[in-house]
Each structure stands twice: as C-alpha cells, then as structure tokens.
Design a protein around this ligand. Structure first.
Ligand code: TXA
Ligand code: MG
Length: 386
C-alpha cells in the first residue's frame, strides 16, 4: 500500500479539501493518521468493527487493548455512552477540547472491537483544529490510539508516524509538531469514585479543583509483575520498589503493594512495556550533583567496554557530561518542554543506534509525574538510585 503524506498549511481551502479526502477514507473503513495536541493518532470509524480491527492489525496491537473514541462536540457523547455522571460533565466543561480522556459505560452503538471487549468506552475531544474538522467530516466518531507501532514511542511528528507505519496505512495528515507530546490523562468515571488510570498534562490537582477527590490507580505506582526480576543482579541497578525510606520516586506503601504480589492496571494498555526505545534505558535518580557524577562514571565505563552510550540531560546540565552522545530534553524551568521532547529523543537515539541510554529522572508533582510514568515504562523500571 502506498502511504500519501499530506502537509497541512496556512491555506484553509486546501486544508479543507485534504481533510475531506481523509474523512472519506475513514468513512470507507480505512485508516488515517492525524495530529492532535497530545500525540499523533491512527484514526478509524469507531462505530465500524472492521475498521477498528484494521487499527490493531496496522499497529500490531494486542486485541485486548481498547481504543479511545474521539468526538468533536458534546452532543455526540450521548449516543455512545449509557449515562454521563455530573462530575464527568463538569470535567468536560472545564477541559474539553483538551488532553483529557474519560471512561464511561458504553452504549450499544460502540462495537466490542473498539473497546477491546469491555463494556466501557474511553472518550476524548482533542484540542486540535485538524482533528476536530476530521472527526466532524468523518461522521463524528474516530477511534484512535497513538499512531506508532505497538511498543514504540508515541509519535510527536508526522515523520515518526511514517517511520512506523509507511506502507501500512493509506494516509498521514502532517500538521507539524504536536503541542504537548504526552498522551492524554485518562480518568475513569464508570465507578463511584473517579480514578486516574494514566497521568498526563491534566494533573490530579487540576482535576480536584473541579470535582474534588480523585483516586490514582494504585497499579500506576508500581513496576508491573512481568518486569519484576528482569534486571535482577545487574550491578548497582535496583528496582525502585526496593526503596525503604519512602522518599524516592516510590514510597513505602507502593513497595508493600508490590511485595504483596502486584496490581493489575485498570487501563489495559498500561500493563505493556510501551514507549520503549531499542537501546536499554536506565534512569539515574538522586541529587543533581550525584546524578551527574554517576552518569559520567557509567558512560565512561560503558564506552571503555565498547558500547555506544547516549545521555539525556537538560539545558541546565548538558554541558556537564563529559562523554557519550549528550542530548538535552528541555529545561527544568519549563516542564512542558521536557514532555514535548521525550518521545522524539528516544527515537533519535534509536536512529543513532546507541546501546544504552542514561537519563536524569524527572519526578515532580505536576507534569513530572506523567513524564516519569512514561520514562519508567520506557526503562522497564530500571532505576539507579544515588
Ligand atoms: O492523547 C491520547 O490519548 C492519544 C491521542 C491520539 O488521542 N491516544 C492514545 O491512545 O494515547 P492509546 O491507544 O495509545 O492509549 C489508550 C489507553 C490505553 O492504555 C487503553 O488501555 C486505555 O486508554 N483505555 C481505552 N479504553 C479503555 C477503557 N474502556 N477502560 C480502561 N482503559 C481504556
Ligand atoms: Mg499508545
């Protein structure tokens, strides 16, 4: 299959014609990749089971991992959900269009192929003009996961989509770099207390300002079972679950959860080792000075052993690294920049064919929580504490 890449420009009329063509493809049951404000999505008609199935095929995605249904206006929500809890309505008023996905009980209109066999449906109204026009023109409901091959970092540029899906889908809409760079915050409203299933740009404190108490899926804070022991015995590297002081990225409570046998994440997609670069990614966590010292030491050691080493630092620290291929992910003064560049940097290191990447860690109560969640997954929870 030939993949057509259509660049969207400032020519509104031309854009409309391109979006019409893309919408027609979706209505015919085909796939189109398109920009959103978070990451690029791989879209299909959400109400057409055969079309949804094509998404899983193109991405190589496990069939139990449900898709997010994207809508372009609030009235369209009613057709696909059984009811809208008042708190969810408030959230929509505050954050839609925007980087928020909400989970509802699904109606008959949504096929099981779209929800991965679940009775609930994830819904989002993206804040991107191209996405909104496309959804509307295609009939109102576009199922779209991130437009990467399963297991690869999510695409933040049309070029990333082409890297993964060229020849597998008929069209990519190129809207330039995305704004946020991390997938949406997912909040489950299908049970009594709302629960964050995936952290994102919209933080728990932003949510609590609107609807009061929100829980965090406890499974978010632990290393998935499948990874336990994966790095056992690899020198000073330790699973962060081993922390005893409760002050690190994980506190004591989470360590106990893990000891008790682990928890299953409520968002099926969160259990996979997503976002993984080809190289081994190792996070180094601790005070800034110690982190630099450790990364410099490990990089030197790796290079001496004949390895290609990549280092992820920040604008503030990049000049302090003495060897290896050093890249700045952004500035700690503006956390947004770190989110924006994370996936792109992982892909750049893939192209440079490094064997191992050492990265500073980025835990903080705000957006840092979402960044760290993705980094821990990319690293298979391989963290060195200094
Ligand atoms: O920002 C985003 O959300 C992007 C853009 C394209 O909108 N989309 C995205 O989709 O990240 P995807 O498929 O990569 O991630 C969807 C996540 C998965 O972890 C999936 O398991 C979860 O949402 N999910 C979808 N439906 C669900 C449901 N009914 N219950 C629980 N989790 C659900
Ligand atoms: Mg994804």
């Amino acid at each position: 299959m030939k993949t057509i890449i259509e660049k969207l420009t400032y020519d509104e009329q031309k854009n409309r014609a391109i979006i019409q063509t893309a919408a027609r493809l979706i209505q015919e049951g085909s796939l189109v990749a398109f920009p959103t404000e978070t990451v690029y999505g791989l879209g299909a008609d959400a109400l057409n089971p055969q079309a949804s199935r094509k998404i899983y095929e193109a991405k190589g995605r496990p069939s139990d991992n449900p898709l997010i249904v994207h809508i372009s206006n609030m009235e369209d929500l009613e057709k696909i959900v059984l009811h809208i809890p008042p708190k969810a309505k408030k959230m929509a008023e505050q954050f839609w269009p925007g980087p928020l996905t909400m989970i509802f009980e699904k109606s008959q209109a949504v096929p099981m192929e779209t929800t991965g066999g679940l009775q609930t449906v994830a819904v989002r109204m993206p804040d991107h003009p191209v996405a909104l026009l496309l959804i509307q023109a295609a009939g109102g409901y576009i199922a779209a996961p991130s437009a990467n091959t399963s297991g690869r970092p999510s695409p933040t540029l049309a070029e990333h989509v082409a890297e993964d899906l060229d020849g597998r889908i008929p069209m990519i809409l190129d809207g330039g770099p995305v704004g946020i760079g991390l997938e949406s915050t997912i909040v489950d409203f299908s049970e009594d207390t709302p629960m964050v299933l995936r952290p994102g740009y919209i933080t728990p404190s932003m949510i609590e300002e609107v609807i009061g108490t929100v829980e965090m899926d406890p499974a978010l804070l632990q290393a998935p079972l499948a990874w336990q022991g994966e790095h056992a015995g690899s020198g000073s590297a330790s699973m962060q679950s081993g922390k005893e002081d409760g002050k690190g990225i994980l506190g004591r409570k989470e360590s106990q959860n893990l000891e008790q046998g682990g928890l299953r994440p409520k968002a099926p997609g969160m259990k996979y080792r997503h976002y993984a670069p080809k190289a081994e990614l190792i996070l180094v966590d601790g005070s800034q000075e110690k982190v630099q010292e450790k990364i410099n030491f490990l990089a030197k050691e790796g290079i001496a052993a004949g390895k290609r080493i990549g280092i992820i630092g920040t604008d503030e620290t990049k000049d302090l690294y003495k060897s290896g291929i050093v890249k700045s992910i952004g500035t700690r003064v503006k956390e947004d920049t770190i989110a924006q560049h994370l996936y792109g940097i992982l892909r750049e290191f893939d192209q440079l064919e490094v064997d191992r990447i050492y990265s500073e860690s980025f835990s903080s109560p705000g957006l840092g929580q979402a960044v760290m969640n993705r980094m821990l997954k990319a690293a298979g929870h391989h963290v060195i504490e200094v």
